[in-house]
Structures are given as structure tokens and as C-alpha cells.
Design a protein. Structure first.
Ligand code: MD3
Ligand code: FE
Length: 224
């Protein structure tokens, strides 16, 4: 991954379509691609609306019985679920027992292209989690370890209100760095950074011109 790392440490990419497409390294195998999703949004937002119409956001309870402040939906062959039995991926929705909506092609293409740019050339996600944050929603520090194979990266797409992302270490006790994430930012995490603790600070009140009073985050994973 040395070549990709050196590339990330170089100057931000030139501006294209008036969109700043800079890259910020978060670690040896993780980077923020600023504004990377913006050119896709004319296709992505209508596709997202269709997915959410078929599978509306639902409240998810931790195995301990606490409601998460973030509401969840998803698409693809597998979706992440949580209940008294624990956290896991399921081919069917917990609310209906039916399959998740198909992952739109423009979702897959965006995730694969972002992963490739950070040094993961063959990313084929089978799950896209969709998180909805209203003002005040947050996500505590956690690791993502419900996937079978940690060699695949995770790709995230931020939409709507900004949020402060917490990027910690391999142990919960390690100090976390803070990175603001904005509408259109894409982040790729893999390799040595795949199991780092991470979270999101409470989203501040506001209204985004395109997305309204919410933040929506897509995370693409290879669950199986
Ligand atoms: C860093 N979501 O759904 S995405 C999650 O903004 C989750 O909704 C946050 O954490 C959100 O599990 C952050 C970014 C993310 C996802 C997976 C990671 C960051 C990661 C795995 C390892 C390290
Ligand atoms: Fe996570």
C-alpha cells in the first residue's frame, strides 16, 4: 500500500467541475475524499429516495434494549440488524421478513471507485447501511466487526448536515481525532485502519439546502 499512501500524502487533486476533490489521509489505509460523491448525486439521490420508500428508516434497539438515536435502513443482499439476539447481517428485513431493496448500480459504482482510489481495487459491497441522523443524533465509539472478512474496506458517503467524525485507535481507550464530514464527502477505511474505533458526535441543529434538517450516511460493506 506504499504507493497509495505516498499518493495520498501529495497535493490535493486539481479542481474538476468546480468541485474541490482533495484527499486527506486518516491513516495508512484510510482517507477522506472530499466532495467525491457530488458528481454522482443527480443519480444517487433519486435512487436513495426509491430505496427509502421501499424500506423506510426504523428504530433499532441494541442487544441491551436501548434505542439508537440514529435510524436505519439499508439495501443490497444483506442488511445489518440488531435485536436481543445481538448484532448481525440478515438477508431479510426485520420489519417485514422480505429481502432488502436491491443496491442501485450508481451506489456500487461510487463505492468501488472510491475504494480503488485508496488502494482497494476489487471492492464489491453486498450491504449498504443507511443511517439517518436528526439534530442531536450521535453514534458512540465502536468497531465494525460483524463482517466476515476484514480484508475488504468500508466506504462511507456523507449527505446533508455536517458532522464531526471521531477516529480512534485499535483500543477504545486510545484518543480519538476529530474530522468534520460534509455533504458529498466519501471516506474509505481498510487494511490497518479497518478495526479502529470510531463514532459521530451529536449532529448540530441546522437545515441543509438539499437534504433538509438531517444527515444521511451510507456505509458500503462486504459482509460475506
Ligand atoms: C472507521 N457510521 O454505521 S461512517 C457505522 O457516519 C458507522 O454514520 C458512521 O460508524 C456514520 O458503523 C461513520 C464511517 C465508518 C464506517 C466504518 C469504519 C468509519 C469506520 C470502520 C473502521 C474504521
Ligand atoms: Fe461503524
Amino acid at each position: 500500500m506504499a504507493a497509495a499512501y505516498n499518493r495520498r500524502m501529495s497535493m490535493p487533486d486539481l479542481f474538476e467541475n468546480d468541485t474541490p476533490r482533495g484527499r486527506e489521509a486518516l491513516g495508512p489505509d484510510a482517507a477522506i475524499l472530499r466532495g467525491h460523491a457530488l458528481p454522482c448525486l443527480p443519480d444517487l439521490l433519486p435512487a436513495l429516495r426509491q430505496v427509502l420508500q421501499a424500506a423506510p428508516f426504523r428504530t433499532v434497539f441494541t442487544p441491551g434494549g436501548h434505542a439508537m438515536s440514529v435510524k436505519l435502513s439499508g439495501c443490497g443482499a444483506l442488511g445489518w440488524i440488531s435485536d436481543a439476539q445481538g448484532y448481525r447481517y440478515s438477508p431479510v428485513r426485520p420489519d417485514t421478513g422480505t429481502p432488502w431493496p436491491t443496491m442501485p448500480d450508481c451506489f456500487k459504482a461510487l463505492a468501488a471507485r472510491a475504494a480503488r482510489e485508496v488502494g482497494f481495487p476489487a471492492f464489491e459491497p453486498d450491504a449498504c447501511l443507511i443511517n439517518r441522523y436528526v439534530p442531536g443524533s450521535r453514534m458512540g465509539l465502536h468497531q465494525d466487526r460483524d463482517e466476515r472478512d476484514f480484508s475488504a474496506p468500508i466506504v462511507s458517503v456523507s449527505l446533508g448536515l455536517p458532522a464531526v467524525f471521531l477516529f480512534g485507535g485499535q483500543a477504545r481507550s486510545a484518543p480519538a481525532l476529530r474530522y468534520p464530514l460534509f455533504h458529498g464527502d466519501v471516506v474509505v477505511w481498510g487494511g490497518a485502519d479497518r478495526l479502529r474505533f470510531h463514532g459521530v458526535l451529536p449532529v448540530k441543529h441546522g437545515r441543509h439546502s438539499v437534504m433538509g434538517p438531517q444527515r444521511i450516511n451510507l456505509t458500503f460493506r462486504k459482509a460475506r
